[in-house]
Design a protein around this ligand. Structure first.
Ligand code: UDP
Length: 326
């Protein structure tokens, strides 16, 4: 298939690009390199541009499918600067979607998030859980989910929305991995603290109604997420509309993540117990039965330890991420 991957130089995008190239697909990456890394994708595949230029890229290119990762994803920033999130995550995405409609791209796979559920009424979370985001980031993702379904209902293409839980880990060969600036995610922060690159990790809240008082999340290996995209592409066709949660279906607390980092690295993680981070639900765990049943998806990394081993391999060999010192 000839596939356009937006945000393909980002964390989840780059792992998906690598998998799709290995499966023989013809991939073009559209990334403005605002947060993506040039080194994360083969140079000859990369077009450096904004979503606003999607139409020029799609017109006449003959893409069979688009996988749309490009988005801003800092929840806190979305609260203080919603304009940035609506402009990119919604307006930019609509520009891309409309280019697909005009130029006959038949399949669209969209990166959505468990943040569209807000504070769930029951856990594990199924796809039927009410979507009530509690921040602008989640709102922009949900708004585009709905636009996508409306387009796919009216126009002849298939769509798949994948609602990711907590992406984690790195390519097992250690060549691509997680590198955000600023880094806000727990697993990279924990390893950076273990390596002495940060003084400590703050635990955001120890009074949640969970087994040890800290938040519980469903960490999913980035290559398992990538596989979900590949399976969705194979299944899509005109009129097909899919939506799936993608998680391992098991939750781990912040303290369990820290203990696992210590076990995997053999290093002590300095921690400080702090206050809750606004907007963090106590527990987000996927019920991923639907994608297992319908697409035959199975996580190759069904446990946190295996996921964190690949992350540790990446952080050890790339202490400065994709950039060198300075
Ligand atoms: N977390 C934490 N300290 C940090 C960063 C994160 O205790 O410095 C917690 C956070 O409250 C959440 C979990 O770790 O419960 C995962 O957070 P992350 O930001 O990695 O992903 P999110 O769940 O926000 O998508």
């Amino acid at each position: 298939m000839k596939i356009l991957v937006t945000g393909g130089a980002g964390y989840i995008g780059s792992h998906t690009v690598r998998l799709l190239i290995a499966r023989g697909h013809d991939i073009t990456v559209l990334d403005n390199l605002c947060y993506g890394h040039k080194a994360a994708v083969p140079a000859e595949r990369l077009v450096v541009a904004d979503l606003a230029h999607a139409d020029q890229l799609v017109e006449g290119a003959g893409f069979d499918a688009v996988i749309h990762f490009a988005a801003f994803a800092y929840v806190g920033e979305s609260v203080t600067d919603p304009a940035k999130y609506y402009a990119n995550n919604l307006l930019g995405s609509l520009t891309l979607l409309d280019a697909c409609r005009k130029h006959g791209v038949g399949k669209f796979v969209f990166s959505s998030t468990c943040a569209t559920y807000g504070v769930p009424t029951s856990v594990p979370i199924t796809e039927d859980e009410k979507q009530q985001p509690i921040n602008p980031y989640g709102n922009t993702k949900l708004a585009f989910e709905r636009a996508l379904v409306d387009y796919a209902t009216a126009y002849p293409f298939g769509c798949c929305t994948l609602r990711y839980f907590n992406a984690a880990g790195a390519s097992p060969d250690g060549t691509i991995g997680e590198d955000h600036d600023p880094e806000t995610h727990l697993i990279p922060l924990v390893f950076q603290a273990a390596m002495g690159k940060r003084p400590l990790v703050e635990i955001f809240g120890t009074d949640y109604p969970t087994s040890d008082g800290t938040c519980v999340r469903d960490y999913i290996h980035v290559d398992d997420l990538a596989e979900a995209h590949a399976l969705a592409l194979d299944r899509l066709g005109p009129g097909v509309q899919l939506r799936y949660n993608v998680g391992i279906g098991r939750g781990y607390s912040v303290r369990e993540v820290i203990r696992t980092a210590e076990a995997v690295s053999g290093l002590k993680v300095p921690v400080k117990e702090g206050h809750r981070r606004p907007g963090d639900p106590a527990e987000l765990v996927a019920n991923a039965d639907k994608i297992r049943r319908e697409l035959g998806w199975r996580p190759r990394y069904p446990e946190l330890r295996g996921i964190m081993e690949t992350a540790w391999n990446w952080h050890q060999t790339h202490p400065y991420g994709y950039g060198g010192p300075g």
